[in-house]
Every structure is written in C-alpha cells, then in structure tokens.
Design a protein around this ligand. Structure first.
Ligand code: GAL
Length: 372
C-alpha cells in the first residue's frame, strides 16, 4: 500500500479538513491510485442494517471483494437508524475516502451529508436503493426493481391459474417500507400485473387493504420491512376478516422478512397443508428458502448479492482508476434532482422447482443449509 496514502488516511480530522478543502471534484486517477494500481484507496461502505440477512451478506461481500482488489474498506451498518447512518457517513467523509457506497435507510434523508462528500470530490454510489432529492449521487447499482414486483405478480397469476379460473380468490397485499424508494417500484410491478384480475373480480380483498391506486402504496407499507410488524398486521387481518370458512388464498409479500412474519401469523391461525396460501417473497434469505423447500412459501425473487457486489466493485474500481463507468440505464431512475446513471441487474424467480439449480448449484447455499 502507498505509504503517502496511509499517512494521509491516518491524519487528524483537522488536518484532513484543510487538505480536503483543497481537493475538488477534479480529483485525478493519480490521487486514488496507490502503489499497486487501484490499491490503497479508502472506500466507505454504509449499509442500512445487519438485522436483515441480505444486508449483512451485502456488506460483508462488498468488503471482501474490495479488499481482494487491494482497497481499504470502512464498513458500517446503521441499525436502520437514519441519524446513525448520517453520522457514520460523516465519519467516513472525515477519513477522505475515494468513493462511498450507500445502501440507504431513508432514501430522502441523506442529501446534506452526501453534498458535503460531493463538495470534497468524493464519489457516491447508491447501492440497491436509490438516494433521492439530491444531485450528490453519481451512480446507482441495483436490480430491476419494477421487474421484481412483476415477477411476484406473474407468479401469483400462474399459481392460481387466473387466466383460466373464475375465482374469486381472497387476496391480501403488503408493501415494503414507506421510506424505501424501491418499495414503490416493487409494488408498482406487482400492481400492474394484478390489477386486471382485481378489476375482473378474480382477486378480492376481504380486509379492504387494497390501495386505491398505485400511488397509495404506502397505505399498506410495513415500516423498516419488519417481520414482527408484518406478523401483527396479518394477525389483525386474519382475526377481523377471516374465519374457518373464509380463508386467505394468496398474500403478496414484497420481501422475505415480511413473508416470514405473514407465515407466522398464518401458522398461529391454524393454516397448514392444502390451505396454505400462495406466498411471495424476495431476497432468498436462508429461512425463506428452507420454507420454499418445505412448502411454506411459494416463491422468492433471488437477487444475487454476489453479482450486485461485483458490479458495484467494478464501478468503484472504474471511478478510482479514472476510467469510464459502465452503466446500462440512463432513463429510469429520476431521483427528483437528476436522472441517476444506473446499472440494473436481472432478478430471478425461485420456487421449489428450480431452487436446487439456482441457489445450490451456484453455491449460494449448500443443500443442507436449505433443507434439501
Ligand atoms: C429493499 C431491497 C430488498 C429488500 C428490502 C428489505 O430496498 O431492495 O432486496 O431487502 O429492501 O431490506
């Protein structure tokens, strides 16, 4: 590692502040480059929480991929607390990283701190979740979020054979965290696929918890994607609107944490075997994949965190080496202040039919880990 760089990184915040003021957005590749190509530059990685399996995996994966390339990584998890994420990012800025990668908690709450970063020439990559309402975000790397919801919707259509059956089926929708920009895309994707069947009366919603329009998705959002909040909400719906004769047939769960909570509510209400509803999910968390294997969850949308990590690391490296940064979408993600150049990856549906092929053969899990 470049000694000068090490000294620089280890310097006091006061000295850094002075030095940083002199650095402008015009930092050059030489600034980042250490003795071994891209080696030695500091990269900040700010993840929302360790409590959801996917984020814990994402953080550790990014760290090890970046370290493999010789970068120095400061990885922080913010316990789903917006204030904590803000102050962790500020601390990173004080250490003068080349790039900060952010999986935001509240996509609209990071503008000021990231504007500080941007003013110092530090590049910002929004990881998985878009950062909104600020120009201080350079790139976005994510999966095709709308398509995640569309895959969930299409799975429901096929599983209930909605094109060839009259129904009606009792349908309960959930949406993700109201402060997460992705949650809207997930809901919109599912909504667009399912609305024709709702309009034709094949899907009915006994609880009435059907948003009036896609713009009203937050009315059924589960704050922080909490499985316990989802469980309580599902228990309420089951207690108030369902009975031994009125059974729920299908639940749109936007991610696996919510599917787990909903599954627990169904368990306690005595669902099981043939009356277990169609249940969607997202993230391929281990417990959920085991549930797919044992029949307690119908599907999940797999977003390979290894691929997302690799793409993000490629972006970091391209930035740090002063090369062109590859993107494949320059139209979809308007954050309210600019259209953020994005790289979108493809999500994949996993169910009992392909779980081994997609998750075990690719060594994401061992067969034992998911009960195969
Ligand atoms: C979303 C993310 C999903 C899911 C959810 C809960 O932003 O795209 O994969 O993990 O947050 O953390």
């Amino acid at each position: 590692m470049n000694l000068t760089r090490r000294t620089f990184v280890a310097g006091s915040a006061a000295v850094l502040a002075g030095t940083l003021t002199a650095c402008t957005a015009e930092r050059t590749a030489d600034y980042y480059r250490g003795a071994n190509g891209g080696d030695g530059a500091l990269i900040g990685v700010s993840m929302p929480t360790k409590n959801l399996e996917r984020w814990s995996r994402d953080g550790e994966n990014l760290k090890s991929l970046l370290e493999d390339l010789g970068y120095v990584v400061e990885l922080q998890f913010a316990d789903n607390k917006v204030e904590q994420q803000n102050s962790q990012i500020q601390t990173m800025i004080n250490k003068s990283p080349a790039v900060i990668v952010v999986g935001s908690i509240d996509g609209s709450a990071l503008g000021p701190v990231l504007e500080t970063a941007s003013g110092l020439g530090i590049k910002v990559i929004a990881y998985d979740r878009l950062i909104r309402d600020t120009k201080a975000v350079d790139y976005y790397v994510t999966f095709d979020n709308y398509n995640v919801g569309a895959l969930q919707g299409r799975y429901i259509v096929d599983a209930l054979d909605l094109d060839h059956t009259a129904g009606p089926f009792n349908f309960e929708p959930f949406a993700g965290s109201p402060d997460d920009n992705n949650a809207r895309f997930f809901f919109a994707g599912a909504w667009d696929v399912l609305t024709p069947y709702i309009s034709s009366g094949k899907l009915v919603c006994p609880s009435g918890k059907l948003p009036a329009s896609v713009d009203d998705w937050q009315s059924i959002g589960i704050q922080a994607w909490s499985n316990t909040t989802a469980q309580a909400e599902m228990e309420n719906r089951l207690n108030s609107f369902y009975s031994a004769t009125t059974r729920v047939d299908v639940v749109l769960c936007p991610n696996d944490a919510i599917a787990l909570g909903v599954g627990q509510a169904l368990d306690s209400a005595g669902y099981g075997g043939s009356d277990w509803p169609v249940l969607t999910g997202q993230d391929a968390d281990q417990a959920n994949v085991a549930n797919i294997v044992n029949g307690k969850q119908s599907m999940t949308v797999f977003k390979d965190t290894r691929a997302l990590g690799e793409r993000c690391v490629t972006m970091v490296d391209q930035i740090a080496q002063g090369r062109d940064v590859e993107v494949n979408d320059t139209a979809s993600y308007d954050n309210g202040a600019l259209v953020v150049p994005s790289y979108l990856l493809d999500p994949v549906t996993v169910d009992a039919g392909n779980v081994r092929q997609i998750l075990v053969d690719s060594e994401y899990y061992t067969a034992e880990e998911v009960g195969l």
